[in-house]
Design a protein around this ligand. Structure first.
Ligand code: AMP
Ligand code: MG
Length: 527
């Protein structure tokens, strides 16, 4: 079983390991990782798997539905040629250097090369303690694992660069968690997700080496990453390092523009949660905008400063890139090229964002002179009354662009997006209608017929996103041992841009009960 998996563990083959093989918490220097085995669990049982990710690994349905699969991806059984390890990294958390963090509850089982020659690292999350677990237990609960599993796949199907998720298993053991760190611990079902990505290297892998002054190992890891994941940049040298930073910035800018397109808030953009490949990584207290609010964050740990709020994500990504640039400085020893690379991020993000907004509005392209104000006013209008972002853009696609459409008809088109239509005043209604008319004018200037425009808008404005309350409903059932809703949601998010007439309820606005419910509007770090 699973014998199509061909392991080629390049990371452990080419980079230095921690010589200590006993699994206890420690500082690890002079190494990029520590070898460690997953802790066996009592009774692994498969909750769900992604057939698309299985296909990337050349695994068949019968492979995935076998008992071996659940055992392997719960960490109970190792396959020949696996070489499990936890990575050493550091990070800036909430703006402050936090020293060594590392994979405290993640273990890479090995790297698989598929039949098309693509490299995929398989990583268990929640498979027990590692040398990097610090004071925590190395485990994960079903609640957060369902969220990570579903969101990774939802993001992929939405076209957002992301790490993937192969499988979700329950361990048959319980894990005690105090969900809001407020003195209310309760036992929850333990679970393990197998994440899949070309690599799980983060900005923090480089930062920790720079912070410790280990320039030699820093250079080795940089050279390794460039040759393995960025071979198109050429043989590593000073110029290539700068080009690499620029490319990381470009990918990061594209990723964040996608987040803003679909209404995703990462929630913990610490530098240890920033992928060196520009992938969305570490789905913790993330959330999806329901009513558009650029100040919203789902993360209760960040409720005070709102550092990681929706509208700040592009800025924070730059802040994180600055930390990466600082870490790379010892290899470059010149400030201007690093500054130029960071400036590139600003301009790449700006144009990615403009293209994205033009796409959402169905414009042929973003015309800076005309569209800057149109978009600024739109973002203000969206916050006049609570307006569901996802529904708003789907409705906008069917706006009547005939000049004789009445004000009432214009507003009626977007009214399904309103949570509290009664909070509209004469002023807010007038301002909304004014924007809709301005938008209608703008569309007419583009000379594009309605049907292709609508189709194009519906390809970038999803109908189905992983609404916070939908994930929570699936979690509530899964905690009772019923996994059908997790699997149904997985299926819904496979086709986020298509109408799915039998599944209209999955496109519905957040119900009132979910407004303040834990898990729906409020989450905490690392649960
Ligand atoms: P996060 O902000 O969730 O990405 O986690 C920050 C750091 O804490 C990382 O080094 C994680 O590996 C570690 N961590 C989070 N939860 C746990 C846990 N339950 N056990 C061990 N380490 C953890
Ligand atoms: Mg993390």
């Amino acid at each position: 079983m699973l014998d199509t998996l061909r392991f080629d563990n390049r990371f452990t083959r080419e980079l230095p390991a921690d010589p200590e093989l006993n699994n206890f918490r420690r500082q690890v220097t002079g190494a990029c990782y520590s070898r460690v085995r997953p802790t066996p669990v009592a009774a692994p049982r498969l909750v769900a798997y992604s057939r698309e990710v299985a296909a990337l690994l050349d695994l068949s349905v019968s492979d995935c539905e076998s008992s071996t699969f659940a055992e392997v991806f719960a960490g109970n059984r190792a396959l020949a040629d696996m070489d499990p390890f936890a990575m050493c990294y550091g990070g800036h958390q909430f703006g402050h250097w936090a020293g060594q963090l590392g994979d405290g509850r993640a273990i890479v089982l090995g790297e698989v090369v598929n039949q098309r020659g693509l490299r995929w690292a398989l990583q268990l999350k929640g498979a027990g303690p590692t040398p990097y677990s610090r004071t925590a237990d190395g485990l994960a609960v079903l609640r957060s694992s369902v969220r990570e599993f579903l969101c990774s796949e939802a993001m992929h199907h939405l076209g957002v660069p992301t790490t993937r998720a192969l499988s979700l298993v329950v361990t048959g053991e319980s894990v005690v968690r105090d969900m809001f760190y407020n003195g209310n611990p309760r036992p929850e079902p333990g679970a393990i997700v197998c994440r899949v990505a070309p690599s799980f290297t983060r900005f923090g892998n480089f930062e920790i080496l720079a912070a410790r002054g280990d320039v030699e190992l820093l250079k080795r890891l940089v050279d390794y990453t460039i040759t393995t994941d960025y071979p198109e940049l050429g043989t590593p040298c000073k110029e290539v390092y700068v080009a690499w930073l620029r490319e990381i910035g470009r990918r990061t800018a594209v990723m964040v523009a996608h987040w803003l397109r679909v209404g995703f808030v990462h929630g913990v953009m610490n530098t240890d949660n920033m992928s060196i490949l520009g992938l969305t990584i570490d789905y913790g207290p993330y959330g999806w905008l329901e009513n558009y609010d650029s100040d919203w964050t789902p993360n209760t740990t960040d409720a005070e400063g709102r550092r990681y709020r929706f509208g700040a994500q592009a800025q924070i990504a730059l802040w994180n890139l600055v930390q990466l640039a600082n870490a790379l400085y010892p290899l470059i020893n010149e400030v201007p090229p690093l500054e130029a690379a960071l400036d590139d991020y600003r301009s790449t993000f700006e144009s990615a964002w403009q293209d994205m907004m033009a796409g959402k509005l169905g414009l042929n392209h973003f015309d800076r002179a005309r569209d800057t104000e149109l978009v600024t006013e739109l973002l203000a209008v969206l916050q006049l009354v609570e307006t569901d972002m996802t529904i708003f853009f789907r409705q906008l696609a069917i706006l009547d662009t005939n000049m004789d459409a009445t004000d009432a008809a214009l507003i009626a088109t977007i009214a399904p997006a309103y949570y509290r239509p009664e909070t509209h005043t004469d002023d807010t209604r007038t301002r909304t209608v004014a924007w809709l008319k301005r938008y209608r004018e703008r569309l007419r200037a583009d000379d594009r017929t309605a049907d292709p425009r609508r189709a194009a808008m519906n390809r970038v404005n999803p109908k189905y996103v992983l609404r916070n309350y939908l994930a929570q409903l699936a979690i509530d059932q899964a905690e009772q041992g019923d996994y059908s809703r997790v699997n149904e949601l997985l299926d819904v998010i496979r086709r986020p841009y298509d109408e799915q007439p039998t599944r209209e309820s999955y496109a519905a606005k957040r119900p009132d009960w979910a407004r303040q419910r834990a898990g729906c509007s409020m989450l905490s770090c690392s649960s």
